[in-house]
Design a protein around this ligand. Structure first.
Ligand SMILES: [Zn+2]
Length: 242
């Protein structure tokens, strides 16, 4: 049996395994933030972002968000040709969100689709960011969080996405590709404009997430600088001292 076939069999076994259920008791957090989440000192995603610490363990999200939703953006089969033959692999991109102002995008690559997807979900959890919602529509002028507070622009590659606040009842007047992003963020009414090619779904989604992220970067520009300094210390995962 060649190593390749062996590897394939091992991956097939892995594929049959059901999605693991998060076991909080068995989780051994490696970062300071993880320890605070497990002990209950930090009990919400908003407190995580207030702490300014980077999420380096996906279990933090498993612990704090019990009903995280996952939407698959794209599945691509890629081929790499080497002297030994063709190598196929899958690249899966996903969005995760709590439907309440927090979303993340992630990609994962593996020769098995399911493993690529699991990696993508894990990466998306690590990339979760808070989204500032509000109502910036002069036609509506309410105080609910059904849209966004003001016009925002995001970019990915050569694609530029503009998101505009919409009044109550408009719904998501946007392309089907980015609808899930807004649904997972908990935005109900929105208009959008795009410039550039929207053929690459992942780019489209990234530009949208970038636009949503920019809603908070204006206000927190100064805070963010302080956060970056702190992150450098936190970046080294603590060794187990026991
Ligand atoms: Zn409104």
């Amino acid at each position: 049996m060649t190593p390749q076939i062996k590897r394939r069999e091992r991956n097939q076994r892995r594929e049959r395994r059901p999605e693991p259920v998060f076991d909080k008791e068995a989780w051994m957090p490696k970062t300071e933030l993880g320890k605070k989440v497990k002990s209950g000192q930090i009990s919400s995603l908003d407190d995580v972002f207030k702490s300014g610490k980077k999420i380096m363990e996906s279990e933090i999200i498993d612990c704090l968000v019990s009903d995280l939703q996952v939407k698959i953006v794209d599945v691509k089969k890629t081929t790499r040709v080497t002297r030994a033959g063709r190598h196929f692999s899958f690249r899966v991109s996903v969005i995760v969100g709590d439907g309440n102002g927090h979303i993340g995008v992630g990609t994962g690559k593996n020769i098995e689709r399911i493993t690529a997807q699991q990696k993508a979900i894990k990466n998306a959890k690590l990339n979760i960011v808070p989204i500032k919602r509000g109502c910036g529509s002069w036609e509506c002028n309410c105080t609910k969080l059904h849209s966004i507070p003001f016009k925002t622009v995001g970019k990915s590659a050569s694609l530029r996405v503009e998101l505009l606040p919409a009044p109550n009842g408009v719904g998501l007047a946007v392309s089907d590709t980015i609808k899930p992003v807004l649904q997972l963020a908990g935005i109900v009414d929105l208009w959008s404009n795009t410039r550039g090619s929207t053929d690459t779904k992942l780019n489209f989604v990234r530009a949208t997430v970038n636009a949503l992220e920019n809603l908070s970067s204006l206000k927190f520009a100064n805070e963010k600088e302080a956060i970056i300094e702190e992150d450098e210390e936190e970046a080294t995962i603590e060794e187990d001292k026991e």
